[in-house]
Design a protein around this ligand. Structure first.
Ligand code: B12
Length: 572
């Protein structure tokens, strides 16, 4: 049973009406400016453009861009548009990959650890970027949901952006050393109110896969999350535009989710994200994954146009942030595939996806009703957007799903199946002798991530526990110094860290500094960092540097076992 004081123990929370009034007041000064895209198309907002294009049966294309260096990003803004236009391909919108440090207010950002994304200093930098070509600017990452939500929303509006996000990130993303949730909620709600008071409709983007849906075991729970977020949007007076797709690999489930979403929402969608989790191979192999998910998304838009742009993710996605030429290649590929797809449509039997969509909608509705009931029974004011946001964030995806999932008609999400399959594959690669040796030693291994990426840890947990280790859960998005303290308190034999955000070296150094020399550290994930001296803004591998500093670098899960055995030989 849910009790208010377990979730919102504070005797006094900030006054919601005051925050909303502040957001409305800010709208006097900060209003959407007609940028290059809006002027070029003669529309007042992107939602209007999307509705027109969808009604005319036109597909829209989304490209995700943003490198550390603002000049590189600005040149790319023009370059990608021009080089695609020269091949008769229209890029309708750019999703801007702001760096995670952009979630921290400008004045406090100085000492923050930087990831791999774009860093813009002030509103004029936002505007300079979006002026470079008539492509809709979508400020979808690290704006809403963070302490800097208000200043970044102001800057995005002034730069002509009428699609701003990312509400999904509010629920799950944490910034190292800046994770106070009341501050984040204050800023997010104020920014939402600022958006609500704009003279033209501004879409509030929410990427479900950035939020709880990434962790849900049942597909209908994802739709339940959409209904919950839409309820919060109604309370503030904004339209929430949902994006999804990273974790949707199965074609029938992918199409079914699209149809289910179309049934419950007529707000134009921002984009359908690429199925990035299927990018696990070489570039050529990844092209097959690109074709697989794009053909479903194109078919979905032809069957039921929702305004979502398709999002061809470059095939280098699993190596690092892609470069300009790779972005262009993926866009041209998508446009050509769409030409073919029209002729494939008569071959498509949509009945299984339609039947599944009905089950997703009914399961999602039960999830929503259960959530509202449980929250109200616990004493949460379900008509207060501040309380709803904070309560849902604090509950977390796993608890929310356990409490609210329909449970009668399980529709497994792809990721639950994929993690189990990956674990099995890696487990089979471990020699029997090594497994026996590890089981004999039964080491206590603390596993954790320092960012939101959790799949590596989930697979590792499964493999290590099956191979005989005792696991200590160090959590996700944990600060390295906190991790060190847990390892020492729990007397762990080893720490196994999974890290992806392009700060592998910095995270390891902080961890080692607080851990001392005794406990070995295994490290895996995306082990790279943008060098301070970089003129390409692309991250480079730091595996050798990590190894030279004493880390046990693992490129594959199974490497953890020999690494642990060797380390334990020395320490025991
Ligand atoms: C899934 C995913 C997400 C999901 C994560 C969901 C979740 N809850 O886990 C979502 C959508 C939320 C997400 C968000 C972001 N992501 Co992401 N994401 C990915 C993706 C697609 C897969 C990574 C993954 O989990 N793979 C599955 C694991 C099991 O396989 P693997 O990575 O190959 O790992 C192998 C080994 O490394 C080993 N391993 C991994 N860890 C460990 C640890 C140990 C100890 C051992 C022994 C082995 C080991 O195990 C695997 C098999 O052997 C990659 C791109 C890609 N296709 O790889 C981008 C990627 C990692 N993301 C990236 C980025 C930039 C982000 C964001 C910052 C984007 C943004 N602007 O919002 C945010 C992160 C924000 C934050 N606060 O942390 C970048 C990282 C860039 C870089 N470092 O160069 C990538 C590479 C995409 C890209 N090309 O830009 N992401």
């Amino acid at each position: 049973m849910l009790i208010r004081t377990d979730i919102l123990p504070e005797p006094d929370l900030p006054d919601t009406s005051h925050l909303i009034a502040r957001g409305h007041a800010l709208a006097q000064e900060w209003q959407v400016q007609p940028g290059a895209f809006l002027k070029h198309h003669g529309v007042t907002c992107e939602a209007e453009y999307k509705r027109d294009r969808a009604a005319a049966g036109k597909l829209m294309q989304h490209a995700q861009i943003g490198w550390r260096d603002p000049e590189k990003s600005r040149d790319a803004w023009a370059d990608i548009h021009e080089r695609c236009a020269a091949r008769n391909v229209t890029i309708d919108r750019y999703g801007i990959c702001l760096d995670w440090s952009m979630g921290i207010p400008r004045d406090d950002r100085g000492d923050a650890m930087r990831g791999t994304g774009l860093i813009l200093d002030g509103p004029e930098d936002f505007a300079r970027l979006t002026k470079a070509a008539p492509v809709a600017p979508h400020f979808g990452d690290f704006v809403l949901g963070f302490p800097a939500s208000v200043e970044n929303t102001c800057a995005a509006l002034m730069a002509g952006s009428t699609s701003i996000g990312n509400l999904g990130q509010y629920f799950t993303f944490r910034l190292q050393n800046h994770s106070d949730d009341v501050t984040c909620t204050n800023a997010t709600l104020t920014a939402l109110a600022l958006i609500a008071a704009q003279p033209v409709p501004v879409l509030v983007h929410s990427n479900l896969d950035d939020g709880f849906a990434a962790l849900f075991g049942d597909l209908s729970s994802g739709l339940g999350a959409v209904l919950l977020e839409r309820h919060i949007g109604t309370l503030v007076g904004v339209e929430i535009s949902h994006c999804w797709g990273h974790h949707f690999s199965d074609p029938v489930r992918r199409l079914a989710f699209h149809l289910a979403l179309a049934e419950i929402s007529d707000t134009p969608g921002t984009m359908i994200y690429g199925n990035t989790t299927s990018y696990r191979g070489s570039r050529a192999e990844n092209f097959a994954s690109l074709a697989s998910y794009l053909s479903i998304d194109i078919a979905g838009q032809l069957l039921t146009p929702t305004g979502h742009a398709i999002n061809p993710v470059p095939v280098t996605e699993n190596e690092r942030i892609p470069d300009v030429t790779e972005v262009i290649e993926a866009q041209l590929f998508a446009a050509r595939l769409a030409d073919h797809e029209h002729r494939h449509m008569p071959l498509l039997d949509t009945a299984p996806a339609r039947a599944l969509a009905d089950r997703i909608v009914s399961g999602g509705t039960v999830f929503f009703d259960n959530a509202m009931k449980h929250l109200a029974a616990a004493g949460i004011d379900t008509n207060n957007p501040f309380e709803m946001l904070l309560a849902i964030r604090r509950l977390g995806g796993r608890r929310l799903e356990t409490m609210c999932a329909a449970g009668t008609d399980d529709i497994p999400s792809d990721i639950a199946e994929e993690v189990a399959e990956m674990a099995q594959t890696h487990l089979l690669r471990i020699p029997g002798d090594d497994r026996q040796a590890l089981a004999g030693l039964r080491p206590r291994v603390l596993t954790a991530t320092t960012d939101v990426h959790e799949h590596g840890k989930l697979v590792l947990d499964e493999v290590l526990s099956s191979a005989g280790a005792t696991l200590i859960d160090g959590g996700t998005s944990v600060e390295p110094q906190v991790l060190a303290a847990t390892a020492l308190a729990e007397q762990a034999d080893a720490v196994a860290l999974s890290t992806y955000n392009g700060v592998a070296m910095s995270d390891y150094n902080v961890l080692r500094e607080h851990l001392g020399d005794r406990i070995p550290v295994l490290i895996g994930g995306r082990l790279n960092q943008v060098p301070d001296s970089s003129n390409t803004s692309l991250p480079v591998d730091v595996g050798d540097q990590l190894a030279a500093s004493g880390a046990l670098v693992c490129r594959e899960i199974e490497e953890a076992v020999p690494a642990l055995l060797a380390a334990l030989k020395e320490t025991r």
